[in-house]
Design a protein around this ligand. Structure first.
Ligand SMILES: NC(=O)c1ccc[n+]([C@@H]2O[C@H](COP(=O)([O-])OP(=O)(O)OC[C@H]3O[C@@H](n4cnc5c(N)ncnc54)[C@H](O)[C@@H]3O)[C@@H](O)[C@H]2O)c1
Length: 289
């Protein structure tokens, strides 16, 4: 049988592999014959992975330590780990959801991936409208900073830590969508593809936190539109595994929205986007703690 996906024997690094979409991705990659290096701060229990590597993605030294355990040459990177911001403050949320991914790309992937490699992030439809000026000008100082210390300094100088953690989630996911574009000249020019999947609400370890933020399970399911249900983790692992596979060899710079038609209903104007005209600069100005 032909190996259409081309993962056989490939070194794949998956962050967030202990739960939800990251775990489903690691399982699928094992089935496809990849050598899976599974990173998380919780123990990864997936049969057949090559190695579980404990890491705290909010900590530079921990990331550096983790990458000493990963082979020098990486074929495929899956940046999936993240927090919702319900249990973490604004700055920690941004550090995990944005700065860690950016630090890994700059410090390790630029040197350890070669032509034919592929990078895919799981961002979010919570980062829709990332291209609007009122959003972009807010996250640009971090995207434009280079190196862990400079990014943390840029984040602290924004002085946003009084805002709720879930706003940090939105901020980080918008920045990650934009960052997928920033990475095209860096990686796609070397024939290393970079893409992202933007999930709608999905039944994972994070679901209960999103449910609290939405005001209950009913509201979360109502927001899932025509699907009338939340997605399963597997349904997000499938597109991300596809994007990093040989099946997507001419796809780079794609923000693949996996929300069963919710976003297109608002961008087309068929439905109203509750966040359509509310950009981060306005939210920030109007926030009363
Ligand atoms: N569940 C949803 O509805 C939804 C929707 C859109 C986007 N997302 C995104 O999907 C991605 C995967 O999340 P999920 O929904 O599968 O949730 P999950 O909680 O099941 O999985 C997230 C994983 O990331 C790990 N993690 C978090 N912080 C970490 C840190 N500092 N260091 C190491 N590991 C850390 C967790 O331990 C966990 O295993 C996240 O980036 C999330 O923002 C989720």
């Amino acid at each position: 049988m032909k190996d259409y996906f081309g993962y056989q024997g490939k070194v794949c690094v998956v962050t967030g592999a202990a739960s939800g979409m990251g775990k489903a991705t690691a399982e699928m990659l094992v089935d496809l014959g990849a050598k899976v290096y599974a990173l998380d701060w919780n123990t990864v229990e997936v049969d057949g992975i090559t190695e579980f590597i404990s890491v705290d993605l909010s900590n530079k030294d921990s990331i550096d330590q983790a990458f000493t355990k990963i082979p020098e040459h990486i074929d495929s990177f899956f940046g999936i780990a993240g927090v919702s911001g319900i249990k973490t403050d604004f700055n920690k949320t941004v550090t995990i959801d944005l700065i860690a991914n950016k630090y890994i790309c700059e410090t390790y992937l630029t040197n350890r991936m070669t032509s034919g490699g592929a990078i895919a992030f799981i961002t979010s439809t919570g980062g829709n409208n990332w291209e609007k000026e009122g959003n972009k000008k807010e996250y640009l100082p971090i995207v434009e900073a280079t190196g862990w210390d400079a990014m943390i300094r840029a984040l602290e100088q924004l002085n946003l830590n009084h805002l709720p953690g879930p706003l940090g989630y939105m901020f980080a996911k918008m920045a990650m969508n934009y960052y997928t574009a920033v990475l095209q000249p860096v990686f796609a020019s070397k024939h290393i593809r970079v893409n992202a999947v933007l999930p709608g609400s999905t039944e994972t370890g994070m679901k209960d936190e999103f449910s609290i933020a939405a005001g209950g399970d009913d509201k979360l399911i109502a927001a899932a539109g025509f699907a009338s249900r939340l997605a399963e983790s597997r349904e997000m692992a499938e597109p991300v595994v596809f994007l990093n596979s040989n099946m997507a060899s001419f796809i780079s710079g794609e923000l693949l929205i996996a929300d069963y038609g919710c976003t297109i209903m608002t961008t087309s104007g068929f439905q109203q986007d509750p966040m359509g005209s509310v950009t981060f600069d306005i939210i920030k100005q109007n926030f009363k703690g």
